[in-house]
Ligand binder design. Structure first.
Ligand SMILES: [Zn+2]
Length: 251
């Protein structure tokens, strides 16, 4: 019954280098798609904010509603749902390739819904923070009679900071989403433990480098110095979980 990959995984389970070749790939295409989408979205937000600088500083001050409205009209929710579906497909495909079993993630639509909600929540809260800071900048500019060029410079800086924060959300959430769907797909076919693999480069944090090659139970994640986490759950973590395939003797 055992597939070639399955036998290989068993035969080389102590061989980390071989395991590394079987590890799930980084969600690079998804990360780039999300990043591009955020750039486009932020350009629209920038345009709304830049409209605020002019002769009448109080004329078109951006509000939380304006940000929420932009979120809606840019259909970021549709994009995120699609991205969640693709991350889920990746997780299922990977597990299916390794185990040669059909994979169905229970309550998949709800998990994707959670992914969308979490992303929208993070971006909304970033937007609200921006609106607060921008409002203060415009208020002070109005009171002090500051030149609009200087106000524009301040707004530009805040927009740059906001955009890099939004890009960080996109990167981190893509990694987290990929890790979640990888885990759920593996658990869906009865995988209970995994080997923790880092990306083995200089950006791997020390606490994760220590976990490289170790085996953990899905029911008992290790302490990563930031609570107990599976691979991909700490912020910007690029580590992955390679499933330990249960023995199918007698099947
Ligand atoms: Zn890591």
């Amino acid at each position: 019954m055992a597939s070639a990959l399955y036998s290989k995984l068993r035969r080389t389970s102590r061989d980390i280098a071989a395991l590394r070749r079987l590890a799930p790939k980084q969600p690079r295409a998804e990360r780039i798609r999300y990043s591009n989408r955020i750039s486009a979205f932020w350009q629209m937000w920038r345009a709304i904010v830049e409209d605020s600088v002019g002769i009448r500083l109080d004329a078109k001050r951006p509000t939380k509603n304006a940000f929420a409205e932009l979120l809606k009209t840019s259909r970021l929710n549709v994009f995120l749902k699609n991205l969640g579906q693709d991350l889920s497909s990746r997780g299922k495909k990977y597990t299916s390739k390794i185990t040669r079993l059909p994979v169905r993630i229970p309550n998949e639509d709800f998990v994707i819904g959670d992914f969308v909600d979490e992303n929208l929540k993070l971006i909304t809260s970033l937007g609200n923070e921006q609106v607060g800071i921008i409002s203060t900048i415009l208020e002070l500019a109005l009171q002090s009679g500051q030149r609009s060029e200087d106000t524009a410079k301040e707004l530009n800086h805040i927009l740059d900071v906001g955009e890099s924060h939004a890009q960080l959300i996109a990167r981190d959430q893509t990694l987290k989403g990929a890790a979640t769907f990888n885990r759920l797909a593996q658990q869906a076919v009865g995988v209970e433990s995994y080997t923790w693999l880092t990306s083995k480069d200089e950006r791997v944090r020390e606490s994760h480098a220590d976990l490289d090659g170790q085996t953990f139970q899905y029911s008992d994640p290790p302490d990563t110095g930031n609570g107990r986490n599976h691979p991909g759950e700490d912020i910007q973590c690029r580590c992955v979980a390679v499933p330990i395939i249960p023995l199918f003797e007698g099947i």
